[in-house]
Design a protein. Structure first.
Length: 335
């Protein structure tokens, strides 16, 4: 009988090469899967570790604020204090054991240094004239590039957004305005819970995001409406009185930075150009109650390469109740 395959050695070689190729592909695929699973497991491990480190940083910041409140020899709050020194507060990461590649950064922001937006409206739904004047002065600052009509519309619309009625205030807007938009939504008719929500208010909708961010950075929803003159930024200082020019506001900040000056008295009266009448006493304070704390923990996989970061952010209220000083946690969130 005639043999169709007189020599099987070539086919055997091909089969061997095919089997080896399959084994190599399977091995590489298995290796890739294993590396992916190991990476995922490492990320889960790092994520848990960083979450707890970020929480620890948050709790440390709360402890610093509590410690500062217990200092009876320091009856005021200023930016000279330890809690306000971001670099010093974040230096805690250097004392962690086996902390190579780990970083913790913390920041404490004084909400009492900002304009309390809900104070614009009184309990009976009318304007708080002192807060209205302050907010108008703030929004009219040159860096925001807003005309007077826009500012008036923004202020009136915020009032309508907060008050409980459906009556429009002059240049303001109520539910009928918002329901007529391309994407309808309701007027809140209640206190503003988050500053970001005023982006939906008439007048704030159309301004550039960069301008909105600058405005929002100086506003808060927490506090009684009094502004800590010891910690307020330049734009807020300019908003305290018509007579405070940018140059005078800079002089106020310079005076605050001088460690020989006592900031626990009505020190601003000593700044050249200032006098008792320029700032209403009911508008300012030397103490702070509400603070925003942010804590971030980061781990590097390789030198200079960030693998993963976890954030904890929240607001605390430092108060005295029944003769005891304490820190109340308003909220926190983990990202």
């Amino acid at each position: 009988m005639k043999k169709y395959l007189p020599d099987n050695r070539g086919i055997a070689l091909i089969l061997v090469l095919m089997i080896i190729s399959i084994i190599v592909v399977v091995t590489l695929d298995f290796h890739t899967d294993m590396r992916s699973e190991l990476t995922a497991a490492a990320n889960v491990r790092d994520g848990i570790m960083l979450r707890y480190l970020a929480k620890s940083g948050f709790n440390l910041a709360m402890a610093l604020l509590a410690k500062d409140a217990e200092d009876d020899e320091n009856p005021c709050d200023t930016l000279r204090e330890y809690w306000a020194n971001t670099e010093a507060v974040s230096a805690v990461s250097s004392i962690l054991p086996n902390s190579e590649g780990l970083r913790i950064t913390m920041n404490i922001s004084d909400f009492s240094a900002r304009i309390q937006i809900n104070s614009l409206v009184t309990e009976n739904g009318g304007f708080n004239d002192l807060q209205k004047t302050t907010l108008e002065r703030f929004l009219n600052l040159p860096e925001f590039e807003l005309d007077e009509d826009t500012v008036r519309s923004m202020v009136d619309s915020i009032k309508d957004w907060i008050d409980a009625d459906d009556d429009e205030t002059d240049f303001g807007a109520e539910n009928s305005y918002y329901q007529a938009q391309d994407t309808p939504y309701a007027c809140e008719n209640g206190p503003i819970q988050a500053i970001s929500s005023i982006r939906k208010v008439k007048g704030f909708v159309d301004i550039p995001q960069e301008i909105f961010d600058k405005i929002a950075d100086q506003l808060t929803t927490y506090g009684d409406g009094k502004i800590n003159i010891n910690t307020a930024d330049l734009p807020v200082l300019q908003s305290l009185s018509d007579g405070i020019t940018p140059a005078l506001a800079e002089d106020i900040i310079t005076h605050r930075q001088n460690e020989t000056n006592d900031l626990c008295v009505s020190w601003y009266k000593d700044v050249p150009g200032m006098n008792v009448e320029q700032i209403p006493p009911d508008l300012i304070t030397l103490k702070s109650s509400f603070f925003e704390i942010s804590s971030a923990a980061t781990v590097d996989v390789q030198q200079g390469a960030i693998s993963l970061t976890k954030y904890v952010k929240g607001v605390v209220n430092r108060l005295e109740k029944d003769g005891k000083k304490r820190i109340d946690l308003i909220y926190w969130q983990i990202d």
